[in-house]
Design a protein. Structure first.
Length: 165
C-alpha cells in the first residue's frame, strides 16, 4: 500500500516538472542579465522588487549605466468602485479595488527585451459602518497584498518572456 503511494507521488512529481510547473517563489529569469536597474516612481514597489530580484542572484544597481537591463515600471493605478449599496440606508456596502501597473524591460542602449505589458489585480471587500477604522486598515492591507501580487506577476511574466526561444 505504501509502495503504491510512493509511486503515485513520484508520478505526480514527474508530471508537474514535465509540464513546466514551478513552486511559487523567486523565478530565475535573468540568466543573461546579472544586474538590473529598477526605474519605478513607487518606493514600496521598489522595495518588493529589490528583495525578490536579489533572491534570484541578480544585482540591483544604483545607476542605469552599471546595469545589464532596466526594468521600468509605470505609474501605479488604484481604482475603487462600488459593487453594492445597502437598500435601507443607501450607503455603499461592497467595494472593488483595482490595481494596475505597466512595465517594460530594456537594455541600457534602448533595445527592448520585454515589450510594455500591464498587470491588473482585482479585490473586493465589504464595508461595515460599525467598523470604520478597521475597514480603512483592511483597505490598506489589501493594497499592500495587491502590490505584492503584481510584483510576483511581473517577475513571472519576465521569466516567461526571457526564457522563451
Amino acid at each position: 500500500m505504501i509502495r503504491h503511494h510512493l509511486y503515485l507521488l513520484l508520478l505526480v512529481s514527474l508530471g508537474l516538472s514535465g509540464c513546466g510547473y514551478h513552486l511559487r517563489g523567486s523565478p530565475a529569469f535573468f540568466d543573461e542579465t546579472h544586474s538590473v536597474y529598477l526605474e519605478t516612481p513607487n518606493y514600496q514597489m521598489f522595495d518588493e522588487l529589490s528583495v525578490l530580484i536579489s533572491d534570484t542572484g541578480t544585482t540591483i544597481t544604483s545607476t542605469k549605466d552599471d546595469a545589464d537591463a532596466i526594468l521600468h515600471l509605470g505609474k501605479e493605478s488604484f481604482v475603487k468602485r462600488t459593487l453594492s449599496v445597502d437598500p435601507d440606508t443607501g450607503k455603499e456596502r461592497e467595494f472593488e479595488l483595482s490595481y494596475s501597473v505597466s512595465f517594460t524591460l530594456r537594455k541600457p542602449d534602448g533595445e527592448i527585451l520585454v515589450k510594455t505589458q500591464t498587470v491588473n489585480v482585482l479585490r473586493d471587500y465589504l464595508f461595515d459602518d460599525d467598523q470604520v477604522i478597521g475597514k480603512s486598515r483592511e483597505q490598506e492591507v489589501l493594497k499592500k497584498e495587491m502590490r505584492r501580487d503584481v510584483v510576483h506577476q511581473i517577475l513571472s511574466r519576465l521569466s516567461l518572456e526571457l526564457t522563451q526561444p
